[in-house]
Write a new protein. Structure first.
Length: 219
């Protein structure tokens, strides 16, 4: 039976209560904690760095799924690994030496992820698919939580699912952006196995527990 991962994104959390918000997501049935790292260059927003990853590591034993929306990610890999990241996911758009960067991540003892923006051709990751522990498809343009899901993402996920299956790869196929009770069933149908959710978990009107459980029903 396929295991499906739910990865709440702390970008949508109340940062003044980070520890208890992560604990609430965990006990409600989340699997990983997603950390969105933004540098104000690759994306038009600045969020968190190794310091916050290290703080998360102190409050949870759950895998920390760290999404690097930064230029020159290769320069920061060691710092994030040291801070306690479980997986490091780099954007193909920021990595001229993607093959080397994925190997570098693995050499640090982390799971290696590669991510595509909505405007990037799926073929761009083909040469490194065999190296990836995780492939992330952005279903919004990265930079902010709470954006509207881009429906074309479904076809892109299905295309990558076929390529992973053809390779016999057991990599996670993850989606990020606009994951909600309205979109999650189709995403699962298209072959997604890991779901990032910010707004629909941390800003659920009935609380974090209700947000996780509403999504979990589909997985
Ligand atoms: C967007 C981030 C996402 C974001 C998702 O740049 O990578 O992880 O937190 O937020 P929602 O789930 O609100 O679309
Ligand atoms: Zn993300």
């Amino acid at each position: 039976m396929t295991k499906y991962i739910l990865a709440p994104s702390i970008l949508a959390s109340d940062m003044t209560q980070l520890g208890s918000q992560i604990a609430a997501a965990e006990s409600a049935g989340a699997d990983w904690i997603h950390v969105d790292v933004m540098d104000g260059h690759f994306v038009p927003n600045i969020t968190m760095g190794p310091f916050i990853v290290e703080a998360c590591r102190r409050v949870t034993k759950f895998p920390l799924d760290v999404h690097l929306m930064i230029e020159k990610p290769e320069q920061m890999l060691e710092a994030f690994a040291k801070a306690g990241a479980t997986g490091l996911t780099v954007h193909v758009e920021t990595c001229p030496h993607l093959h080397r960067t994925l190997q570098h991540i693995k050499s640090l003892g982390c799971k290696a992820g590669v991510v595509l923006n909505p405007g990037t051709a799926v073929g761009a990751i083909e040469p490194v698919l065999h190296l990836a522990d995780l492939v992330l498809v952005m279903s919004v343009n990265p930079g902010f939580g709470g954006q509207e899901f881009i429906p074309e993402s479904l076809g892109r996920i299905a295309e990558i699912r076929k390529k992973l299956d053809a390779l016999g790869s057991s990599a996670w196929l993850e989606v990020d952006g606009g994951v909600s009770v309205e979109t999650i069933a189709q995403l699962k149908e298209a072959g997604t196995t890991a779901f990032v959710a910010g707004t629909s978990v941390f800003k659920h009107p009935e609380g974090i527990d209700a947000g996780v459980k509403a999504l979990r029903e589909y997985l």
